[in-house]
Ligand binder design. Structure first.
Ligand code: NAD
Length: 276
């Protein structure tokens, strides 16, 4: 099973499929990340706010996998934006992860009410120059937030990590990203289980046709659209299942039918108004 590698706008590559650890219990994180690494995942998506960077770090250290074969993402939390705080925040994350650099460091939310994200982005540019992170990107940035970074700073974000699943397919931001060399990562790729995605006819029919699970169909749909994806599960069988998505192919009609599920149905917070 070979996970495709995507080349980012800075020349670094990222495995298109990874394992996300939002809401993975810190006490279980080491065991579950170890399971993911055994299954074959080489890309882990965490964040300072998840409280489980230590567990990710312990699993990495115990795995014996060479550092350059792993792709580790973490994120700067909203309260740490601004001129002085990001440096301490990235160093704390690196210490918890037991790493001297991450592969991708993201601004977690734009928090336009704080109006600190442009200044924060300049800090991330510095961290990249110092080798604390290979690539830098953003998360939950809408077009106006991206346009400010493009206009006011030197670096185009390598990625924008967005809520994205069939009922909330983010077509406009995907097109904007494609036009500007910003790769799109999906969070909540399975809708976080907050609506009956697996019961959608297009998903269920494709699952039946290929003898796979609805989750595998949805992950394949993301991959076919060039989206970077890292589903979360705390169940070893599902962690393995979510990695086993390269043994079948959706037909163009099946992809189109899943595309038609889009109805602008957000399951998480709106980045324009989020104030946490
Ligand atoms: P997800 O869509 O991956 O849903 C996870 C849930 O789906 C699991 O808890 C489980 O109940 C279910 N599931 C997983 N595999 C399944 C399977 N094979 N069969 C049936 N059910 C299955 O949601 P998520 O965890 O929110 O998103 C994935 C990752 O995205 C996170 O772990 C995190 O790394 C990242 N994320 C980022 C942000 C952000 O603001 N940047 C926000 C949320 C999540």
């Amino acid at each position: 099973m070979t996970v495709p590698e995507i080349t980012l706008n800075d020349g670094h590559t990222i495995p298109q499929l990874g394992y996300g650890v939002f809401k993975v219990d810190p006490a279980e994180t080491e065991r579950l990340v170890a399971t993911a690494l055994e299954v074959g995942y080489r890309h882990i998506d965490t964040a300072a706010i998840y409280g489980n960077e230590e567990g990710v770090g312990r699993a990495i250290a115990a795995s014996g996998i060479p550092r350059d074969e792993l792709f580790i993402t973490t994120k700067l939390w909203n309260s740490e934006q601004g001129t002085d705080k990001p440096r301490a925040a990235i160093q704390t994350s690196l210490d918890k992860l037991g790493l001297d650099h991450v592969d991708l460091y993201l601004i977690h939310w734009p928090r336009p009410d704080q109006d600190l994200y442009v200044d924060t982005w300049r800090q991330l540019e510095t961290f990249r120059g110092e080798g604390l992170t290979r690539s830098i990107g953003v998360s939950n940035f809408h077009r106006p937030h991206l346009e400010r970074l493009l206009a006011e700073t030197e670096t185009v974000p390598a990625v924008d990590q967005l809520e994205l699943h069939p009922a909330f397919a983010q077509r406009e931001l995907r097109a904007f990203g494609a036009d500007h060399g910003i790769h799109i990562e999906a969070w909540g790729p399975l809708g976080q289980g907050k609506y009956d995605l697996f019961g959608e006819k297009a998903v269920a029919d494709a699952a039946d046709a290929h003898g796979v699970t609805p989750a595998q169909v949805v992950l394949r749909w993301h991959l076919d659209h060039g989206i970077i994806v890292f589903p979360k599960s705390s169940t070893p069988e599902r962690i393995a299942q979510n990695f086993d998505v390269f043994g079948f192919e959706l037909t163009p009609d099946e992809v189109a039918a899943i595309d038609a599920i889009d109805r602008g149905q957000r399951v998480g917070s709106d980045p324009d108004t989020a104030t946490f």
